[in-house]
Structure formats: C-alpha cells, structure tokens
Design a protein around this ligand. Structure first.
Ligand code: GLA
Length: 381
C-alpha cells in the first residue's frame, strides 16, 4: 500500500511527522474454530495490512483519524473514556489492555489506513489491534513480546468489541514470517514455522463480498456450544478443560445429556483438530492432494455441522469442486467473506473465471480475487 496518503494527512492534521508501523491480515490453511477450543491452527500473514503513523502528543488524549472512512475521534485513556465509534474501540482497547498490565500509555496522535478487506475473514480487526499494539509498545518502550501483544489484541476483542474470539488472528498478524505458515498449538501457545511452497499449486482467495454476521453474535454462540459440551464431559473427565482435551469417545458418552446442536458443533471441532494434523502430515510429504481433500472436509463440516457457511460460500465451494480445484473451503469465522482455494497452476485461470462468472450470474455480485502472498508480521517501517 502507498503510505504517502497517511503521511500527508498526518502532516496536515498535526503539523508534524510520526513513525510508521504495519501489521497484516492472515490466511488460514486449515484448523477453523479450533483456536478457542485449544486446538491447532495453520495461519500465515499476508501482503494486505493495516498501517498507522503515530506520535506521542504529550497529553493524556488520543487523537485518531481513520483515513479510509474519513472519520476522526478523540478519546481519553481511562476506562470511562470508551469511544462511540467501533474502529476507535480497537485502538482504545489496546491502550486499556496495556494499562491493565501496569504499563503507561500516554496520549498520541495517529492516522491509519489499510488494504485488508473488511468482513472478508482476513482479520482486518486483528491487523488493526496488532498494528497499534506493536506501535505503542515501541513508542512507549513497554517491553511486551509479540505473543503478549497478540493476547492483548484478543482481550481487546473480548472486552471492548464483544467478540469472544480465539488467538489465531492476532497471533498470525504479530508473528507472521515471509514464506512460512505457523502451526500454532492454541492450548500451549507453542508454535513452529512451516515453510510453505507448494510447487505446482497456487493459493487464491475468492471474496463473496457478503457478510451475514454482525457484531459476532453467532460466533459467540458457537463458542458457548463448545463450552457447554466441555462442562458435560468434565463431569466424567475433570482433566478436560477444552474440546482439545476430549476425544470422540468422551464426546459420545455425553451425547444424550447435551443439546443435539451443541453436540454437532463439538463433533465438528474434534474432527477439525484431527483434520489439521492429518493435513500437516500430508503436506510434510508434499502430498497436497490429501491436504486439499481435508480442506473440502473442513468446508463440509463448517457448512453442515458448525453452520457458519452461507449459500454464497457453498456455491463457490461447489464450483471449486467442479473445476477440479485441489482444496477449497470457507476461511476464518465464516458467515460470508472468502473461500481459500488450493489450485493447480494449470487450472487456475479457468477456475477463477468460471467461479467469478457463475457467482455474478447467480447472486448479482462481483466476487473479488486475491492471490495469496505470505509476508512478515507486525513491524516498523
Ligand atoms: C475468527 C476469530 C479467530 C478464529 C476464526 C475461526 O477469525 O477471530 O479467533 O476463531 O474466526 O477459526
């Protein structure tokens, strides 16, 4: 992204220059809705990011300007100062979470913008939180490491934005590395970088350009379903704190005690954790065909059992299958946004054209196409 517009606006608003930071959105190959269940995820940071220019202003007020929205907001740093605009709450939340850890964040001026599509399942909000988390940590010398910054981004979502998300998005935004995926164990928070260079294949996202889930309501309900089932299992197996700790046998034991919908949601999660491990094992042997089949399995589960897909996403998934795409599935929280597709080089053009044409014909919406490039995480520019 061209940051000169941010620079110009900053200069014109505040009459000075600040420092520039960026933090990216993410993809996830497989392992969806597993993070808040303590399972594994396999994300990578991408070449679409949020950018901010920032400078401490010597007051106890934040003056923020959202360039993409042409909106400004001024707020204080005490708990009672929560701003009205949603976008400002991401910045405010990070400041508050840092303060809760006993660190002093003072007033600052900022302008920010980005090219992570909103509501597309590519983590624009995590990119924003991570961008400011990283920037404030650096500007005020707070000494947090990347994992702590990610966790404060997640806490911002929980405490100031109403979404009880897992750690995947903020983690990926903070820790991304060019050319590598990250296999994160969301229970221990240990992770490893996995080189990703599937020879002969390309990764492409198709954005349905629809979002059906406002303010995370359905997302939070999915999490509650999982938690109720964990509570039932824990009566027999007190060591089970998360669905990650459970297996199919334990799940079956409580089948008649829990709500059938909760059961179905949990079944998806237990299967999905295993699917990720199977896909990783296949990719280690360069077996992308098997990994692709697992991605289709994830879509099927997310659509039928976890119910976070929608007709637009299912339609794109069906076309991928018809076109012989190796793997395809809804990516991220769901309810709209993108499918992620692993496609052989020689099938790419035909697939993308066919999918976009058919999608427009059916829904009257132009899908957007993003080629995935795996890039570095949060950094100063
Ligand atoms: C959203 C959340 C993540 C994760 C995904 C689903 O992106 O922010 O924590 O739960 O949905 O895998």
């Amino acid at each position: 992204m061209d940051v000169s517009k941010i620079r110009e606006k900053f200069k014109s608003l505040y009459g000075t220059e600040g420092a520039l930071y960026t933090s990216p959105g993410r993809i996830n190959i497989i392992g969806e809705h597993t993070d808040y269940n303590g399972g594994f995820v396999l994300p990578g940071a991408i070449d679409k990011a949020m950018y901010c220019e920032i400078k401490p202003n010597g007051t106890d007020k934040v003056r923020a300007y959202a360039l993409d929205l042409n909106e400004s907001c001024e707020f204080g740093l005490e708990e009672a100062d929560k701003p009205a605009q949603q976008w400002a709450c991401y910045i405010f939340g990070i400041c508050r979470e840092m303060a809760k850890k006993g660190k002093t964040v003072k007033g600052f001026d900022t302008v920010f913008a980005g090219d992570v599509p909103l509501g597309a399942g590519m983590s624009s909000s995590a990119a924003l939180e991570s961008c400011f988390g990283f920037a404030l940590n650096d500007q005020f010398n707070l000494g947090f490491d990347r994992m702590e910054i990610a966790l404060m981004g997640q806490a911002t979502e929980h405490n100031y934005c109403g979404v009880k998300c897992g750690i995947m998005d903020q983690f990926a935004s903070c820790n991304g590395k060019e050319g590598y995926l990250m296999r994160l164990d969301c229970r221990s928070l240990k992770f490893e970088y996995v080189p990703f260079n599937p020879e002969g294949y390309r990764l492409v996202l198709l954005n349905t350009c629809v979002t059906h889930n406002l303010a995370g309501g359905e997302y939070n309900k999915r999490r509650e379903s999982c938690e109720r089932v964990v509570a039932a299992i824990a009566k027999r197996h007190p060591e089970v704190k998360l669905l990650r700790d459970a297996d199919m046998e334990m799940l079956k034991e409580v089948k008649n005690e829990v709500d059938p919908i909760d059961y179905m949601r949990s079944e998806f999660v237990v299967e999905e954790i295993q699917r990720l491990l199977d896909a990783c094992a296949a990719m280690e042997k360069d077996d992308y065909e098997t990994a692709g089949q697992k991605m289709y399995g994830t879509h099927e589960g997310l659509s039928k059992k976890y119910a976070v897909s929608c007709p637009e996403l299912d339609f794109l998934n069906d076309i991928a299958k018809e076109c012989g795409v190796t793997g395809s599935r809804v990516m991220g929280g769901g309810f709209g946004g993108c499918t992620i597709n692993l496609v052989k080089n020689e099938l790419y053009d035909n697939f993308v054209k066919k999918a976009c044409d058919a999608y427009e014909k059916k829904f009257g919406i132009k899908a957007k196409v993003y080629d995935v490039v795996i890039k570095d995480g949060a950094r100063k520019l």
